[in-house]
Structure formats: structure tokens, C-alpha cells
Ligand binder design. Structure first.
Ligand code: UD1
Ligand code: CA
Length: 458
């Protein structure tokens, strides 16, 4: 029972009103069609994707997924799309799945396949009962047996009342398709060929046609417009959050937490409301992520704390690091064990050694800081001269007084001390004190004169 899969992804998706092909619209960080590919069960030996509208972008987005592409030149319906796939099919059996059904699960598809082969059928259609069947093809039965699928636009009032609908997922024998597809007739007004017509054709030929129903009706949802896209996001978000909680993660308010598909979170980590975890983010055990923070493509080891309203992007945070509130870690930031990056601190492409602290209002860019460095409030690495970026290197145990500018390229030797308010333009050797402040002037009694003048005015 060698089985291939065909994913139909050539349609424009007119109802999305988008310049992006429908199947590439994102759901929890993955294109819609990738959810379909990931739901293909292990019984599927090879996946073929039919592309057409926005072909290049679709094929580019799927380049890493090891699929074969078939090209549908003009989008003349689902039947025509299958015609385009047929010459590329090797396997005697084919599972057809529309590219706009992101809620399907591998378990359900495996059940469909099991049922199909168990029945010895030539064609099995996956159906679902919906309270509101609007927009879907209706499954017409006679004496309990499926005899046809009728699209909504062509259904009689009686047929419209049918609540069992076509999911657009089928298992076909290739031999049946080879005969049936050339026999399909176009439907007016658009002249489209409907894959659904293969059902009545097969019945008329006395083929064994069966139907298998989805247990969870939500899996049968197709995404045709942005309202349905948002619904699909909602369902998949809930599934993801539920699996995190089952794995031991506390989501204080799962309804407001948004975790993308490939994010992993360790047990006993607590995620507060309104947190966004995105991309390839990996979070270890026992971390705390406070509200309104967004973590993208980052690694957080055990026991990391991210305080409120912080953005962490492309960063590595070692064990026990504390970030925020209101910190911004940009790509290629590396914070070693116990580092503390506090209020309104921005770090970019920099490494902070063990136990280093930058508590308040600083910019650290293109810098390497050793262990146990203290970065005073308002410290700025001036890394850009308008042409290129320059590095700053700071040794272990350095103390940088508040409101210091480090004009890069510059090196501060270990255990050096920088006086507050300094503009450092030259390297500072180890253990030295560097100061670059204008000397303070004190003019006696001038304060009194000033306040007298002020009072005189009032
Ligand atoms: C289709 C079914 C309908 C079913 C519904 C389930 C037909 C005629 N109708 O309707 O019975 O209830 O799915 O969601 O099949 N595509 C192509 N090339 C084309 C046209 C479409 O590749 O020329 C692809 C689309 O990219 C999409 C899929 O086929 O991924 C389904 O097409 P769509 O237009 O969404 O079909 P529906 O109107 O939803
Ligand atoms: Ca659809």
C-alpha cells in the first residue's frame, strides 16, 4: 500500500484579499501549508505540492521541507490541480489534502488511511458534521452511501440543509484518478474543474466509495479568509499552550500568552499574561517571564528571569541571568551566568561575562565585557562613527562610573576604574583610574545673588 500525498496549494486565495499567496499566511510563525505538511502521517512516503499562484514564493518557503513540486499553469479548480499532479505521482495510492486546512492532525489522517485500506475502497472522502455547513461542499448520501459531493453554489435548498460536509481530503487509487480526471466537465461561470466530481463519477462506475468522519469538527476547518485565519490561529494557540501546561509549564493566563509552534519551554517555568515567545526560542527550567515581554529566536538557560516589557531577540542568556524591566537585547547578545541587565538597557552584538551588571539606562553595542564588571547608569558605547562599527573591550572587574561614554575602538584593562561623567577616547591600562571631566568651579555667594534676583522679579 505505497501511498503518496498531494497538497493543493496553487490557488490564489481571492477571499484573503492579499498580495501573499493564501497558503503562506502565517500561523504561530509557520506558513499555513507547513502545518498541513507536518500533519501528513508516517504512512505517506512522498509529498507533492501543487503550486501555481505565487509559485516562486511558495516553493522558496517550502525549500527545506523535502517535497516535490508540480506546477499548475492556470488555476482552473481543484480537479485541474490534481491533473497537474498526476504525472508526478509514482505511488498507486494518493492522499489529497488542501493546503488551507492547518487544523488537521496526523492522527486523523492516519485513521482515514487505516479505514480506507481496511474497507478495500477505491476512494474514501474525509467528511465532517458542521452545525453551520455554509461555504463547504455537501456530502449527498443515498441509503446511507455517499453518492456525490455538491458545492454550495450548485446545491438544491434541500442539499444545503445537509450538515455533513467535504473536508477536501481524500484517499484515491491512482488508477481511478487517471480515468476520472480527463472525464471531468468544467463548471460555469468560471469554467473550473471540481475534484469533488470524481466522487459521483466513481459511484456511477461501481467503484467502492466510502466516507470517514472527523471526530473533532474543528479539524475540518478550511481557511478561506482572514476571519477564518484568526480562528485557526486561536485553535492552534490553544493546542500549543495546552501541551506546554501538560509538560509542566505554568501559564498564568493562557488566553493571553502567544507561543509559536517551534518554541520549547522547560518545566516549572512561569509565563505571566501577555507574553510572546516566538521563532526558535528555547527556554529552560524554572525561568520566570513577566508580562508584556517578547522573546524571539533566543536561548534562556535554567533560572533566567525576564522582567516586564522586555524584548529579547537572537540572544543567549546563561543560567541565572536577570533581564529588565524594559530591557532590549538585540541579536548576538550573550549574557553569561548571573549577569544582570536592568531598566532601559539596550545590548547589541555583545558579550557580558559572569556576574557583570548593567542596571540602568545604558547602551552596550559591539562590546566584550569581562566578569564582574559594573556598568554605571547612563553608560554608552559610542560604537558607530557614521561609517563603521567599532569594538569596545572591557576587562574583568572594571568599574565604569555613571554617564560615561566609551568612544570605540577602545580597550579598558581589567580592574580599571572610570570616573563618572568621563568621555573615554584612549585605551585605559589595567588597575588605572581614568577621568576626563572638566574641573569643578565653585564661586562663593553667587547662589544667593541668583535667588535674590528671582525674588525681585516675583
Ligand atoms: C473545496 C471543495 C469543497 C470543500 C472545501 C473544504 C472543491 C470544488 N471544493 O472548496 O467541497 O468543502 O474545499 O475546505 O474542491 N487549489 C489549487 N488550484 C486551483 C484551485 C484550488 O491548487 O485551481 C487549492 C487551493 O490553493 C486550496 C485548495 O486547493 O489550498 C482548496 O481550494 P479552495 O478554493 O479553497 O476550495 P474551496 O472553495 O474551499
Ligand atoms: Ca478552502
Amino acid at each position: 500500500m505505497s501511498l503518496g500525498a498531494v497538497v493543493l496549494a496553487a490557488g490564489k486565495g481571492t477571499r484573503m484579499r492579499s498580495s501573499i499567496p493564501k497558503v503562506l499566511h502565517g500561523i504561530l510563525g509557520l506558513p499555513m501549508v507547513v502545518w498541513v505538511l507536518r500533519a501528513l502521517p508516517k504512512e505517506v512516503e512522498r509529498a507533492l505540492v501543487v503550486t501555481g499562484h505565487g509559485r516562486e514564493t511558495v516553493e522558496e518557503a517550502l525549500a527545506a521541507y523535502g517535497v516535490v513540486f508540480a506546477h499548475q499553469g492556470e488555476q482552473r479548480g481543484t480537479g485541474d490541480a490534481m491533473k497537474a499532479a498526476l504525472p508526478h505521482l509514482r505511488e498507486p495510492w494518493v492522499l489529497v489534502v488542501p493546503g488551507d486546512m492547518p487544523l488537521l492532525s496526523a492522527t486523523s489522517l492516519a485513521s482515514l488511511i487505516g479505514y480506507h485500506f481496511g474497507e478495500g475502497a477505491d476512494l474514501t472522502v474525509l467528511t465532517v458534521r458542521l452545525e453551520d455547513p455554509g461555504g463547504y461542499g455537501r456530502v449527498v448520501r443515498e441509503g446511507g452511501k455517499v453518492v456525490a459531493i455538491v458545492e454550495e453554489g450548485e446545491a438544491t435548498p434541500h442539499q444545503r440543509g445537509i450538515k455533513e460536509v467535504n473536508t477536501g481530503v481524500y484517499v484515491f487509487s491512482r488508477a481511478l484518478l487517471e480515468e476520472a480526471l480527463p472525464a471531468l466537465k468544467p463548471h460555469s461561470p468560471k469554467g473550473e474543474y471540481y475534484l469533488t466530481d470524481v466522487v459521483s463519477w466513481a459511484v456511477s462506475r461501481g467503484c467502492a466509495v466510502r466516507a470517514w468522519s472527523l471526530e473533532d469538527p474543528r479539524e475540518g476547518m478550511g481557511v478561506n479568509d482572514r476571519v477564518q485565519l484568526a480562528e485557526a490561529v486561536g485553535v492552534l494557540r490553544e493546542r500549543k499552550n495546552r501541551s506546554l501546561m501538560e509538560e509542566g509549564v505554568t501559564l498564568v493566563d493562557p488566553g493571553t500568552v502567544y507561543v509559536e509552534a517551534d518554541v520549547e519551554v522547560g518545566p516549572d517555568t512561569t509565563v505571566y499574561p501577555w507574553v510572546f515567545l516566538e521563532g526558535r526560542t528555547w527556554i529552560g527550567q524554572g525561568c520566570v517571564i513577566r508580562s508584556h515581554s517578547r522573546i524571539v529566536n533566543s536561548v534562556l538557560e535554567r533560572g533566567v528571569t525576564v522582567l516586564d516589557s522586555s524584548v529579547v531577540e537572537g540572544a543567549y542568556l546563561a543560567h541565572g541571568v536577570s533581564v529588565g524591566p524594559m530591557a532590549h537585547l538585540r541579536p548576538e547578545t550573550r549574557l553569561e551566568e548571573g549577569v544582570k541587565v536592568g531598566n532601559f538597557v539596550e545590548v547589541k552584538k555583545s558579550t557580558l561575562g559572569r556576574g557583570t551588571k548593567a542596571g540602568h539606562l545604558a547602551y552596550i553595542g559591539d562590546a566584550t565585557l569581562g566578569e564582574g564588571v559594573n556598568v554605571g547608569a547612563g553608560t554608552i558605547t559610542c560604537n558607530y562613527d557614521g561609517f563603521t562599527k567599532h569594538p569596545t573591550t572591557i576587562g574583568d572587574g572594571v568599574f565604569i562610573g555613571s554617564d560615561t561614554q566609551l568612544v570605540a575602538p577602545v580597550k579598558i584593562g581589567s580592574h580599571a576604574l572610570i570616573g563618572a561623567g568621563s568621555t573615554i577616547t584612549k585605551d585605559v591600562p589595567e588597575n588605572a583610574l581614568a577621568l576626563s571631566r572638566v574641573q569643578q568651579k565653585v564661586i562663593p555667594h553667587h547662589g544667593v545673588l541668583y535667588f535674590k534676583k528671582k525674588r525681585g522679579r516675583g
